[in-house]
Design a protein around this ligand. Structure first.
Ligand code: SF4
Length: 351
């Protein structure tokens, strides 16, 4: 087994085994990083090209019925000012992100049942009609008929992370959730033809490198269209406040590389949490090491401070326009171009 052979497998889109993925993780640990980064960049270029797609996130409600042990807006956290952005203000933010060159809106919130099947459906229809943006929804676990209805209303994609493929750890840190039900949500979305994104956290407490290898392989097994991962960052307001680890940016961006080698055809965003580990540079490194999507924060500025799943989240003081300009500069600075189309899954739909 060596990195070159595994890269060649990836270039043919052949599935890596869990043992091969674990081997690559050990290579990262052994400081054999540059070869892995380079291999991932080559595979990214072959399958995804040089374009980077911008998907503006609007965090439209921080109410949540759940109490995940790592999350700063979980229902038990009292020191958070709760907000919901109304439909007109969401639409205004959608128009602005479109003007800023972003081709997808990602509507994200806690599990807030105020946003019923019908209310979300009408919001989706209105966004589609007025802006024609691609629409990604990320509002947690719902029933199949709800997902289907939103799809009929114009939803293109759905994001719901599994967080860890280790059932025991999943249930330990998600007191309200059942592992099988979470996975069933992901499989349901795939089955009904919604482009499906999921992912996991690197360095969750009670996990090790074998867990990371299994998480990466599980993304392949689920045949995900998008895979979002990020480092676990301990939030002082939560039960896992004392379980933080100091992340090495070269290791965690190397996990992006291995994710790319194991999932050549998936969209992989450089998520905001990489910037927490290396201020203002983490996301560029992720893009250079296998990622191909950037998700600027397009939430109206006054709400941002109250949507912090983890501490020190970047860009909370900036406006959507500031973020949009900054993002363009960051992408051009690494010699890549911005995708003009919707950036749909290359597995299902032509862009
Ligand atoms: S991770 Fe999501 S579901 Fe869990 S508490 Fe936070 S917002 Fe709610």
């Amino acid at each position: 087994m060596n990195i070159e052979n595994l890269k060649n497998k990836a270039l043919k889109n052949e599935r890596l085994s869990v043992e091969e993925i674990f081997f690559l993780i050990q290579q990262l640990r052994n400081k054999n990083k540059q070869e892995i980064y380079k291999a991932a960049d080559e595979v990214r270029e072959k399958f995804m090209g040089n374009l980077i797609y911008l998907r503006g996130i609007i965090e439209f409600s921080n109410y949540c019925r759940k109490s995940c042990d790592y999350c700063g807006i979980n229902s038990k956290v009292k020191d958070v000012k709760r907000y919901r952005i109304d439909e007109d203000e969401i639409l205004k933010a959608c128009h602005e992100l479109k003007r800023n060159g972003q081709t997808t809106v990602v509507l994200q919130s806690g599990e807030d049942l105020f946003w019923t099947k019908e209310k979300m459906g009408s919001l989706i229809e209105r966004i589609k009609k007025e802006t024609d943006l691609a629409i990604t929804i990320s509002v947690g676990e719902r029933e199949e008929d709800v997902y289907l209805y939103w799809k009929q209303c114009g939803m293109d994609r759905y994001l719901i992370r599994f967080e860890t493929s280790n059932k025991e750890v999943f249930e330990k840190i998600h007191p309200d959730d059942n592992y099988e039900e979470r996975i069933e949500c992901i499989k349901t979305l795939k089955r009904i033809g919604v482009q499906t994104g999921s992912g996991f956290m690197i360095g969750l407490p009670f996990t090790d490198d074998w867990d990371i290898a299994r998480d990466i392989d599980f993304c392949r097994e689920l045949d995900l269209d998008m895979i979002g991962i990020g480092p676990f960052i301990a939030n002082p307001l939560t039960p896992l406040k004392d379980n933080g680890v100091k992340h090495d940016i070269d290791f965690i961006t190397g996990i992006i590389s291995i994710l790319r080698l194991a999932n050549p055809m998936a969209h992989i965003p450089a998520t905001t949490a990489f910037d927490v580990v290396l201020d203002h540079e983490g996301r560029q490194l992720a893009l250079k090491r296998g990622a191909n999507v950037f998700m600027p924060n397009s939430t109206p500025q006054k709400y941002r401070i109250d949507y912090q799943l983890y501490p020190d989240k970047p860009c909370v003081d900036e406006s959507a326009g500031d973020c949009a300009n900054c993002v363009v500069g960051r992408i051009l600075s690494i010699g890549r171009e911005i995708g003009k189309g919707p950036g749909h899954s290359i597995k299902t739909i032509n862009n």
